[in-house]
Design a protein around this ligand. Structure first.
Ligand SMILES: Nc1ncnc2c1ncn2[C@@H]1O[C@H](COP(=O)(O)OP(=O)(O)O)[C@@H](O)[C@H]1O
Ligand SMILES: [Mg+2]
Length: 380
C-alpha cells in the first residue's frame, strides 16, 4: 500500500508569518528572489517537467542571469561556465540525482539552494550531512509520545525532508553527503533506484511522485571522511564546480555577493572598494596556486583553503570596519586583519608562510605600499 504524506502534518515545522521572513537575517532564495522567480514564471512559455515551477531554460536563466523579453533583469546567482548549469538542470529533469562536487567555497551549497528554489519553489527540504547524521534524517523518525501511547501509526511518524520531497514531488538537498557514515549514505540507494521508501513498521511505503529530485553536495577535498560507495555514485550525475578561472571573474563574484550581504546588513556601499577586493582576491589566488600571478615567484601555500567564500567574508568584515570605524571607504587597513585570520590557521607554519609572502611579494609590488604597511601592522 502506498500512502501520501501530508506536509502540513509535520509537527516540527514552524511556519513563519510573512513579516518574520522579511526580517530574516538570511531569507531563503525563493523569498529573497521572489520577484525574479515570479517574472520568470510569468514569461516562461516553454514546457515544464511535472511539478516544476519553471522550465529548465528558465531555471538556467535564473541561475546565470539575463534580461527577459519585457526588460526584467535577472541577476546572475552563479558565475561560471553556462554548460555546468545546463547539465545540472537537465539532470534534475531526468530520474537521476545530482551530485555537486568541488573544493570548499565553490558555491555548491549556493547553487543547490537556488536550483531547489527555482525548480520546486522551496529550498528548505534539507538534510545536513555530518558524522552524526542518523538514518532517520533520511528515512523517517517517530514521535515517541504518540508511538508509546498508540503504537506505530501514520500520526506517530515524523517524515524526513527526503520523504516529504518524495511525496510532494519536490527537490530535496543533502549537504555534505560524504561526511555521513557509509551505512547512512547507503539508505539513499533504494530511494534513488527504486524511488520508494518502505515503512516496514506499518507495512507501507512512500512512493516518489514525479517531480521528486535530489541534489547532494560533497567536498572533494575532505580527507579522512567516508568515500561515496560506488553503488551510490552510480545513482548520481556528478557535476564538478571549478574555482573561478580568472582574477576578474573572482573579483566579480566577491563584489556581487559583498554588495548583497552589505545591503542586507545595512552597510553603506563602498564606492572605491573594488581595488581592495582585487587585492584580497589576488593574494588568495596566489597563495592558493603557490605562485604569483605573473608566474615569476613561487610562494608557499598555507593550510587553509582560501576560497572565494573566505574572500567574501574578509571583504564583508572590512566593509563593516570601514563603515563603523573608518570613513566608509574600504581601505587596506580594513581587510588586513581579516586576511591574516584567513591565512594563518595554523599559528606556527602558516605564520611563516604569510611572513615570507609579505616580504617577498607584497613588499615589492608597485602601488601596494599601503597594503604592505597595513599587513605588517596586524602581523606584528
Ligand atoms: N562561481 C561562483 N558564483 C557565484 N557565487 C560564488 C561562486 N563561487 C563562490 N561563490 C560564493 O561563495 C559563497 C560560499 O559558497 P558555498 O556554496 O557555501 O560553497 P561550498 O558549498 O562549495 O563550500 C556563496 O556566498 C557564493 O555566493
Ligand atoms: Mg557547502
Amino acid at each position: 500500500m502506498s500512502v501520501s504524506v501530508d506536509p502540513t502534518a509535520d509537527p516540527t515545522s514552524v511556519e513563519p508569518s510573512g513579516n518574520e521572513s522579511a526580517e530574516a537575517l538570511r531569507p531563503h532564495a525563493e523569498d529573497a528572489f521572489a520577484d525574479e522567480l515570479a517574472a520568470l514564471a510569468a514569461q516562461d512559455d516553454r514546457p515544464r517537467p511535472a511539478r516544476w515551477k519553471l522550465s529548465p531554460w528558465a531555471v538556467a536563466t535564473y541561475l546565470l542571469g539575463g534580461v527577459l523579453a519585457d526588460g526584467t533583469v535577472i541577476s546572475p546567482k552563479y558565475v561560471g561556465p553556462r554548460r555546468i548549469v545546463e547539465v545540472a538542470v537537465s539532470t534534475l529533469a531526468t530520474d537521476r540525482a545530482l551530485l555537486l562536487l568541488g573544493v570548499p567555497g565553490t558555491a555548491k551549497t549556493w547553487v543547490s539552494e537556488h536550483l531547489a528554489a527555482a525548480v520546486s519553489g522551496d529550498s528548505t527540504l534539507l538534510v545536513q550531512g555530518t558524522a552524526g547524521t542518523p538514518e532517520e534524517a533520511i528515512r523517517y523518525g517517530w514521535n515517541y509520545a504518540q508511538l508509546l501511547a498508540h503504537g506505530p501509526s501514520r500520526d506517530a511518524l515524523v517524515p524526513s525532508p527526503v520523504m516529504r520531497a518524495m511525496a510532494e514531488g519536490a527537490t530535496v538537498r543533502v549537504e555534505e553527503l560524504t561526511r555521513m557514515p557509509a551505512d547512512v549514505q547507503d539508505t539513499l540507494i533504494t530511494i534513488l533506484s527504486e524511488k520508494t521508501l518502505p515503512i516496514p513498521e506499518l507495512g507501507q511505503e512512500v512512493l516518489a511522485v514525479r517531480g521528486f529530485s535530489l541534489i547532494a553536495t560533497a567536498n572533494d577535498r575532505d580527507r579522512g571522511v567516508n568515500e561515496l560507495s560506488s553503488a551510490l555514485r552510480r545513482r548520481f550525475n556528478t557535476v564538478v564546480l571549478p574555482l573561478p578561472e580568472s582574477v576578474e571573474a573572482e573579483v566579480d563574484i566577491v563584489a556581487r555577493r559583498v554588495d548583497q550581504i552589505g545591503r542586507s546588513l545595512d552597510l553603506p556601499a563602498a564606492p572605491d572598494g573594488i581595488d581592495e577586493i582585487r587585492r584580497v582576491v589576488t593574494v588568495f589566488r596566489e597563495l592558493r596556486a603557490g605562485v604569483t600571478s605573473d608566474g615569476r615567484t613561487k610562494v608557499k601555500s598555507p593550510s587553509g583553503t582560501l576560497s572565494t567564500a573566505e574572500a567574501i567574508s574578509v571583504v564583508t568584515g572590512g566593509l563593516a570596519l570601514a563603515a563603523h570605524f573608518g570613513d566608509g571607504v574600504l581601505r587596506a587597513g580594513d581587510v588586513a586583519a581579516g586576511i591574516l585570520g584567513a591565512v594563518v590557521r595554523d599559528p606556527a607554519a602558516d605564520r611563516v608562510v604569510w611572513q615570507e609572502y609579505l616580504e617577498a611579494v607584497v613588499r615589492e609590488r608597485a602601488g601596494w605600499t599601503d597594503f604592505y604597511r597595513a599587513c605588517r601592522e596586524v602581523s606584528a
